[in-house]
Design a protein around this ligand. Structure first.
Ligand code: DI6
Ligand code: FE
Length: 418
């Protein structure tokens, strides 16, 4: 068999400790499971990893035709970080609402009084596309400074065909920064004021806009907010049916503030992920396991809303449901832009192990986006990786307020963003 691919540029990366995460997705703690390789080397061909292992075992045949050798100077290398749940494109901010909540108002009360998501919708509709782009670039750069290589961005602050399309175009354009961007249509995020009292008609509109947004190449997946203050399971089902009719995968904001049975509903549609999940039930867990749906946990929202109900981490572990982590960056419930802080909070609040946390922002985050070509350092995966000033990968979840990133490599090319 001829494995040579003529024309693919071959580079060699040496002098590093590799945390490959190559082994099983549910491996419990312990050093071996990080897939650590001391004095490691990687051969990159084109945008892909061709070989990963101890430098001493590098086959001579692969050394041939190396056009460039990179000395990684003892860095720790991990797969590139993946933020699989953000609402990065919006206008305005909600610090006044933060103050109200500190005085005792709840997130739900503010939403019911017409604040919350709706106030961001008003600001986002007013903002021009260029202005939204400038704001989104600033936010994306903050995430990139901590090793972001793949980013999911949801719409959901436009809530009209034109404004949702505007936000999704802004999201797509972030790919120019040297990132993979996946866009998710979240038309069913909140009821816009012009549909007051006509919730089912709004759901009809959300479904009707989808084919056009897909035709414009703006939708990779479809999401909904299934909650007392948002959309019912029956309405969510209609959105999912519209997605399925177009062959689009679904995700769901499920059981964040109450148990609506959203996870089981999403699993029925083979959802890529269910996200938040503080109120997830045993039957929801079983349905997710059955469907291969990823549980995306969002410690930033848990922290910022000062929640006390923990997602059922041990039950998810016991069931073997893959767990991912994300920032949920948004102006209302999680205005944070630090991937590393999320790793730390996943450990301190959710009692995840540092290894589970890192898997949650690499291999399992990739899976939550339906991407199977990234998230681990193994031959055949994309050459997206981070160089860290750390001796052991658990340090990534340990420090907070200190960023040990040296550099990020995307598709085998050093990204010049630091
Ligand atoms: N759940 C959340 O935590 C965000 N959206 C959602 O469905 C919050 C969005 C916001 O408050 O603006
Ligand atoms: Fe969210």
């Amino acid at each position: 068999m001829n494995l040579e691919r003529p024309g693919a540029r071959r580079t060699l990366w040496t002098n590093a400790t590799l945390a490959t995460l190559a082994e099983g997705e549910h491996a419990p703690g312990g050093n071996a499971d990080w897939g650590l390789v001391e004095r490691g080397a990687m051969v990159v061909e084109g945008e892909q990893l061709r070989w990963v292992g101890p430098a001493a075992e590098l086959p001579d045949a692969l050394r041939a035709d190396v056009v460039e050798e990179h000395d990684l100077d003892g860095a720790l290398i991990t797969p590139g970080l993946i933020d699989c749940h953000t609402h990065l494109v919006y206008g305005g901010e909600r610090s006044a609402e933060f103050e109200l909540r500190l005085q005792g108002a709840t997130y739900e009360e503010i939403a019911r009084a017409g604040g919350g998501i709706r106030s961001t919708v008003a600001a986002t509709r007013l903002a021009g596309e260029h202005e939204l782009h400038v704001l989104a670039v600033q936010r994306a750069r903050a995430l990139m400074a901590e090793g972001l290589t793949t980013l999911e961005v949801k719409s959901g602050y436009g809530l009209s065909l034109a404004a949702e399309a505007k936000c999704l175009r802004v999201a797509r354009k972030l790919g120019e920064l040297g990132l993979t961007v996946r866009t998710t249509y979240l038309g069913a995020h909140a009821l816009p004021p012009e549909f007051e009292g006509r919730q089912d008609e709004y759901v009809d509109a959300v479904c009707a806009w989808l084919p056009e947004l897909k035709r414009q190449g703006l939708v990779d997946a479809v999401d909904a907010f299934c909650e007392r203050i948002a959309f019912t399971p029956a309405q969510t089902r209609r959105v999912f049916e519209a997605a399925r009719a177009l062959g689009l995968p679904v995700k769901l904001h499920a059981e964040q503030l109450s148990d609506q049975g959203g996870a089981a509903l999403a699993a029925e549609f083979n959802a890529l992920s269910c996200d938040h999940l503080e109120w997830l039930s045993e039957s929801g867990i079983a349905a997710m396991k059955q469907a291969g749906t990823v549980a995306v946990l969002l410690p930033g929202a848990f922290y910022f809303l000062r929640e006390t109900k923990l997602p059922p981490i041990q039950a998810l572990r016991d069931a073997g449901v893959p767990i991912a982590l994300a920032t949920d960056h948004n102006p209302g419930s999680s205005p944070g832009l630090s991937l590393l802080l999320m790793l730390n909070m996943a450990c301190t609040f959710f009692r995840m192990t540092p290894q589970e946390a890192l898997r949650g922002m690499t291999v399992n985050a990739a899976r939550a986006l339906g991407l199977h070509d990234r998230g681990r350092l193994v031959a055949g995966q994309r050459a997206d990786f981070c160089l860290w000033d750390a001796a052991h990968p658990r340090e990534l979840a340990y420090w907070f307020g200190r960023n040990p990133l040296r550099q990020t490599v995307v598709g085998g090319v050093r990204r010049m963003d630091r």
